[in-house]
Design a protein around this ligand. Structure first.
Ligand SMILES: [Zn+2]
Length: 495
């Protein structure tokens, strides 16, 4: 049993794949049930796969001389876990009242919980590119299904490989596979094909655990992306028995069915409650897998930085829809961010808004590595290294939605949000419509206050204009193979 610090245990109770989005093209884009932990102190400051050796081609990653000579002795290992489609407010460490996440809750109690973390996109590919580059989508340029040789000039994998880290990635979505540039910088890269129909755990942690037993040396950087929580909502009977209540409707948690029923307005409250039950059961099944993985890591636990986050959340009719990919409301954009690492005081909670673009500079800060100068993110480690420091007010962006259909036309990238302190502005490009929400008083984004909060509105609009002017075009440079084209077509992507 993995119990690094039982004393910290206090509150255990507490994509569509884009292909389907393309099929479903649906529904009015639309709060959010976001919540923060109620019982932990909030301390706003201080406190079938393919495989190969695919080391990056960048000047950084290819610099074997630098890699061999780098100082690596005292630096901790890094494990970055991304749980696709995981809503923060369905986790005990974020105040949820169902026992979905005991293992993650224990981990959270060991380190820092960021109560207000945002993704940069409502779907997998752009958001993960931000997670691994520290750049907003407009700046890394990986917005849609465009094959590309590498995500950016460098990724976290490149940077750590250059410092002598052994690097490995186990990913569970086709959008994190080689055609989209995610393999660069990893010595070992495995894509395990997602199986949304299976009730079994994905097996991604089993792959990662096996690698841990065979790796050559420390320090290492391990990136694990798990698709277990993503729809279809499937889990083993023991989890469904724990979370799924009586229900006599027809909804089964399948993605296509769910989307079609939502589009036709045929999901009633009981159906949605059943979907939530199935989703929560999947979270708990994943959490048990996480626990087994952490048990294996136990021998090196004290020398390992562990980051758990997600690429986006999921809609349960919060704003009239299900799944994710189209809307930028908090049920989709707010994600968990938990960091346990040497030097972080247990029980640290940070209330200020942060973003997944902060993960790269924060990891580098934990390792004492100077971050590149052009990152959009901040080193959040200043929070615990300098108790007087708080994350400054800044503008956080989300974009690159896809799959919305209007007047029979499929549209991608039609919405943006910009966040500043408690204000969040939504912008819809085709209609020019803007909305402003005050998340402090209206966390579910119900009341548009643009007409009352004119100063905040103008401030956010100005920043969004500046952001949009800074686009970085990323040319497609790596054609898809015939097999990849066939798969995309089968899944509804490619024309
Ligand atoms: Zn995703």
């Amino acid at each position: 049993m993995w119990t690094p610090n039982p004393s910290a245990w206090s509150r255990s109770n507490g994509h569509l794949c884009a292909w389907l989005l393309a099929i479903l093209v649906m529904l009015p884009a639309g709060g959010c049930n976001s919540s923060t932990s109620e019982d932990a102190p909030t301390v706003s400051q201080g406190q079938q796969a393919s495989s190969s050796d695919t080391h990056g081609e960048s000047s950084i990653a290819a610099d074997n001389g630098a890699r061999e000579s780098a100082t690596t002795g005292e630096r901790p290992n890094v494990v970055l876990i991304s749980v696709d489609t995981l809503r923060a407010d369905h986790l005990g460490c974020y105040g949820y009242d169902r026992p979905t996440s005991p293992a993650l809750d224990r981990l959270a109690n060991q380190g820092a919980v960021f109560d207000d973390a945002s993704a940069t996109s409502p779907w997998t590919l752009p958001s993960h590119a931000s997670l691994l580059t520290g750049l907003f989508p407009r700046h890394h340029g990986l917005l849609y299904y465009r094959p590309i040789s590498r995500i950016s000039d460098f990724t976290l994998a490149d940077l750590l490989a250059a410092q002598g880290y052994e690097t490995a990635a186990f990913v569970n979505s086709m959008f994190l596979d080689r055609p989209y540039g995610f393999a660069n910088g990893f010595d070992r890269f495995e894509y395990l094909r997602e199986d949304t129909k299976s009730k079994m755990p994905s097996g991604i942690f089993a792959e990662a655990r096996q690698w841990l037993t065979r790796r050559r040396a420390r320090p290492f950087f391990l990136f694990v992306h798990a698709y277990d929580v993503h729809s279809d909502y499937r889990s083993l009977p023991k989890y469904e028995q724990q979370f799924v209540g009586e229900y006599d409707g027809a909804v089964d948690g399948g993605t296509v069915q769910m989307a079609l029923l939502a589009r036709e307005g045929q999901l009633d409250d009981d159906d949605v409650a059943h979907l939530v039950d199935l989703y929560d059961a999947g979270i708990r099944q994943f959490d048990d897998e996480l626990e087994r993985f952490l048990e294996q890591l136990q021998a090196e636990f004290e020398h390992t930085a562990i980051i758990v986050t997600s690429d986006h959340g999921e809609e349960f009719m919060d704003h009239g829809n299900v799944l994710h990919g189209r809307a930028h409301f908090q049920e989709v954009i707010r994600v968990p961010l938990v960091i346990r690492a040497p030097g972080i005081p247990p029980g640290t909670r940070i209330a200020e808004p942060v973003s997944i673009v902060d993960v790269v500079p924060t990891v580098l800060g934990l390792l004492g590595i100077e971050p590149p100068g052009n990152l959009d993110g901040l080193d959040l480690g200043q929070t615990w290294r300098s108790p007087a420091w708080t994350p400054p007010s800044r503008f956080l962006f989300s974009e690159a939605d896809h799959g919305t259909q209007r007047d029979g036309v499929q549209l991608n990238g039609i919405k943006w949000t910009v966040r500043h302190d408690n204000f969040k502005m939504h912008y819809d490009r085709p209609t020019g419509r803007t909305e402003l929400f005050d998340l402090a008083s209206d966390p579910h984004e119900r009341v548009d206050v643009a007409g009352q909060e004119t100063a905040a509105f103008m401030r956010l609009k100005d920043q969004l204009d500046r952001y949009l002017a800074g686009s970085r075009e990323r040319p497609t440079s790596q054609p898809l193979s015939d097999e990849e084209r066939r798969r995309l077509k089968t899944l509804g992507y490619a024309n």
